[in-house]
Design a protein around this ligand. Structure first.
Ligand code: ARG
Length: 399
């Protein structure tokens, strides 16, 4: 990876207070104007990374993932690089989203090149190829003035932070108050995974639905960034196939001394949970879009209700699960993976008319872009982006 040129900015001695507790409350620090500043999912967007399908490969079968062709589970899932056509179609839609954001005054940046067809070999595992940089949301997260790189949970995604490193260096060099943390990398050795998980019959899943044990054991710290949702001082983290309790615990220990409150959340009817942004989607202070098939665990809605937040079920998606693109490993609920440009402006996939109508009724200005060809890569509008800067500060919405 070529990092030449990113070290060019001044390297003066750093002030001592880096990152921590004191910073966000220091009135002399206008952290609002830092290159990295984003405290929630909806504040007015200023700078965004939009993913890229360049050099994407099919996700390999590995202990943390059993990809299958939709409606044809007996046919082997393809391996190796995606077709140029599939890459071009997704890139065209990603470029369309980038154009829309630019037209709204947002600075758009893109990941750097990476060869996802290359195998990975570490002392603990080997995998035949990597995946893609379509979904920066899964890997990277902005926590106020700090960038965090997630541990990741799958072997093929172990090095997925690399396409973003050049950008991270640029932001990190731009101001000594910008923080950068990489979470501890798990081994991803065979013993980290519970492989039987994939073969559990449905009754066993029902039986076990309240234990929140999935394909990853609890010994090592594991989380994907997309299991996190930011609501100012309060941070939600979904326990899932891609985030375990040790991962939630690491986030708590890292973030709580910095003034955040971390809440583990659970959706017991989702038997294959991964990434919170098709399940529980905050769109402005006081309003969360919810998935009618995946209610929040009883009791966990208390903090929202106590503070008069509204939880609104989204309508049925336009495409059913069986109509989703054949290589897409995500569910029909990609429909609700909307992207906020501000608390009054939201981007919804072009064909999701029922959800567009709901958002309009809820007083949003609704923007649409076609995004169906990105679905094959497992994500929609929120997944395919990483917000680096939104205008605003850390608020306490749940006093
Ligand atoms: N597991 C989710 C579903 O199928 C998809 C989540 C996609 N989100 C993401 N950030 N890649 O409903």
């Amino acid at each position: 990876m070529d990092l030449a040129g990113v070290h060019g900015t001044s390297l003066e001695p750093l002030p001592l207070q880096m990152g921590d507790r004191a910073m966000p409350h220091d009135p002399a620090t206008p952290q609002d104007s830092l290159a990295v500043n984003s405290w929630n999912e909806w504040d007015p967007l200023e700078e965004m990374i939009v993913g890229s399908a360049d050099n994407a490969s099919f996700e390999p079968t590995e202990p943390g993932s059993r990809p299958a062709i939709r409606n044809r589970p007996e046919t082997p899932f393809p391996t190796g690089p995606k077709s140029q056509e599939a890459v071009d179609l997704a890139n065209e839609e990603l470029a369309g989203l980038a154009d829309l954001l630019r037209s709204q005054g947002v600075t758009v940046r893109r990941p750097g090149p990476h060869d996802f067809s290359a195998p990975v070999r570490t002392p603990d595992f080997e995998v035949e190829n990597q995946y893609c940089a379509v979904c920066p949301r899964d890997v990277m997260i902005t926590m106020g003035n700090e960038i965090i790189e997630a541990t990741m949970s799958r072997r093929a995604r172990y090095f997925e932070y690399q396409p973003y490193r050049k950008l991270v260096y640029e932001y990190w060099n731009s101001d000594p108050r910008v923080g950068w943390t990489t979470a501890p990398k798990p081994s991803m050795a065979d013993g980290m995974y519970r492989e039987e998980f994939w073969d559990w019959p449905l009754e066993k899943r029902h039986e076990r639905m309240h234990s929140f044990e999935f394909c990853v054991h609890q010994d090592e710290v594991v989380f994907d960034a997309a299991d996190i949702s930011r609501l100012g001082r309060d941070i939600l983290v979904q326990e899932s196939m891609t985030t375990n309790r040790a991962g939630v615990h690491w986030l708590k220990r890292h973030l709580e001394p910095r003034g955040f409150r971390v809440h583990a959340v659970h959706f017991p009817l989702d038997f294959f949970p991964s990434h919170i942004d098709c399940t529980f989607v905050p769109v402005r202070p006081g309003l969360i879009l919810t998935n009618p098939d995946r209610p929040l665990r009883e009791g966990e809605e208390a903090m929202f209700l106590r503070n008069d937040w509204e939880l609104v079920d989204v309508p049925e998606p336009v495409l059913g699960n069986h109509e989703m693109p054949q290589y897409c490993q995500s569910s029909k609920w990609l429909s609700m993976n909307v992207l906020s440009i501000s608390p009054t402006k939201v981007v919804v996939e072009e064909q999701e008319k029922p959800l567009q109508d709901l958002m309009a009724k809820l007083d949003f200005e609704v923007f649409t872009v076609p995004f169906r060809n990105v679905f094959e890569y497992g994500g929609s509008l929120h997944c395919a982006t990483w917000d680096v800067r939104r205008r605003g500060t850390r608020e306490d919405y749940f006093p």
